[in-house]
Design a protein around this ligand. Sequence first.
Ligand code: URA
Length: 212
Amino acid sequence: MMRPHKAPVGRPGLQATTLDAVRQDAAHCTRCPLYKDATQTVFGEGRQGARLVFVGEQPGDSEDLAGKPFIGPAGQLLNRALQEAGIARADAYVTNAVKHFKFLQRGKKRIHQKPNAGEIDICRWWLDQELALVKPHLAVALGATAVRSLTGKSLPVMASRGKVLPGLAAKRVFVTVHPSFLLRVPDEATRMREWTAFVGDLRKVRELMEAA
Ligand code: URA
């Protein structure tokens, strides 16, 4: 189904009753102009009954080509951190706030661009439907874009890190950094410290899930 660009932003009523139906609908999304340059919509992945959801920013280069979330360098780091924290990725639902890759073409390279507030809010249409169907106990916001999409607020991640905030479509939102933040840390000592802090956040997530 083709939709005009000026379709209302997030918070739809439930449009479809299965994730597969929403996925098929999202595959033809033209709600904002990002679909024009991206290869495809990258929808979330995981079980409809998952109790834990991870929300990233947007697909990267590898995800855009493969059509799957978090399979590139940031995804591999996330997988390692989840394993170290004792969380099985297969038990969770993994998705992004924005479903199309936003980039600048520089020769053969595609350089990641941050989605803006308007793009995040428009794409909440899809995230809200995913969350309405999955109904997780907890949604983990990986970075600022996910925090905005899940809470409706632009909050500084470091001030909210490790806290559980009230969410829009998911009741509870745990805030942590995006794994690509670890990839950008320039020195080894800081990288190790940030890795430990990230795994610590994910251990907290596991504890919250076990206590639920
Ligand atoms: N970064 C994200 O936020 N999501 C992905 O799927 C990959 C990289």
